[in-house]
Design a protein around this ligand. Sequence first.
Ligand code: SF4
Ligand code: SF4
Length: 457
Amino acid sequence: MAVNMEVFHQFLGQIAQLGARAKPARLSDQERVQQAKSVLREGLRAEQAGDLESCMHCGLCAEACHFRVGTDNPRYTPAAKFQLARRVYRREVGPFRWLYRLATREITVQDLLDAQELVFDSCTTCGRCTLICPMGINIAGLVTLTRHALASAGLIPDDLAAVEQEQGENGTVFGAGPEHLEQALEQLRSQGIEAPLDKPQAEVMVLTSVVDLLLFNDQLASTVRLLNKLGLDWTFRSNAFEGANFGYLAGCGEVQKKATLRVIEEAVSIGAKAVIVPECGHAYPALRWEGANVYGKPLPFDVYAISEFIGLMLREGRLQLPGALEGEVVTYHDPCKVGRHSGVFQEPREVLQALGAELHEMPSHALTNWCCGGGAGLFVINSTAPLRRAAFEIKKREVEQTGAAKVVMACGSCRLNFIKGQEDTGMAGEIVSLVALVGEHLETPDPDRGIPEKTTE
Ligand code: SF4
Ligand code: SF4
């Protein structure tokens, strides 16, 4: 289903106004520097210290980064994005700190401001550079740590900060609260679709996201139809339905923890054995990989990305899809956080195969897939628009080389960025959500068999 472009542009209008909503941090320059250094000092684990020691300035990572390649600007070379962390490490943590203190100057607030553009505007923490780095340096991890340092110094870009602050204070994102969920579900009920909300006990708790509620209703409706067809004992919960976590994106540990605990505690309270995360790239690692750290112990339930879950249901024979796309050429864009960061590559492809589609892969796909440029919160940072556009040219070329009529993806942020990228560059092909595609073509003869055991780790 095509997105309503009027609603899409209204959403872009909201994003354009975000900066004015941010509450500035009232810190002196000196306090900002002290805060940032303190977070970097404390956050540098042995593994990251090893990364900072081992960069040999070969420059190979430059070829991997969509922002570096898309702009041809050496400023955006991945190795440049961890130089603030490296300087603090060398001056304050490393074994030769006494020497570096003599030979290098102190960090200033200008250094923090310079790093802001590198770790927020020009890095989606996609992880592609690590694949090419001969030392295997986890650049995305260092960028994330630097985001935390800048967040503590009150230097999150204003527009991203506004969303993070809203989620921290109200628990909502772009104002999408429980009443929006209730309205969206009521609309589905008016079409005769059962849409469970706030069941006191359920085996499966399902999350959605602000973009599903405000823009991509097809993703929400298809998720509901799919779970009903599977005969699962499932529910949304009005107290914890949002999968997006802007604390995680902005580097604000407190807000990240609050948003994650809200989901975990709600799932525990209803006895859920599984939580299904919607098509929202970062929502999956935020709960699946970071959730236990936040909770302080292993999660008492499994976490699935919806694209992964559909694939597993197919594998287990609990779902059948008609070959409705027989002969149709499609390509699949792997969202970085669900694909490269989490290993969900095969399941969505099996879904497309089950639908009968002819999958034409992009020249770089799965592990080496080029990021579309909109992840890690960049879509809401207005200053990133030229960078995102330059990076999207790579994606456009990749997509068009496949000759696909549809480019399918399983991330609402990617979908937003693709729609904008298509508008900017004229990329060919229809932009489609995987779950929406499945929802349009459901055929499940044998429901009511519960959820599968999660075996992948
Ligand atoms: S993680 Fe991705 S966006 Fe960030 S520097 Fe590496 S390749 Fe570029
Ligand atoms: S590829 Fe690795 S070692 Fe080479 S410059 Fe980049 S981060 Fe440093």
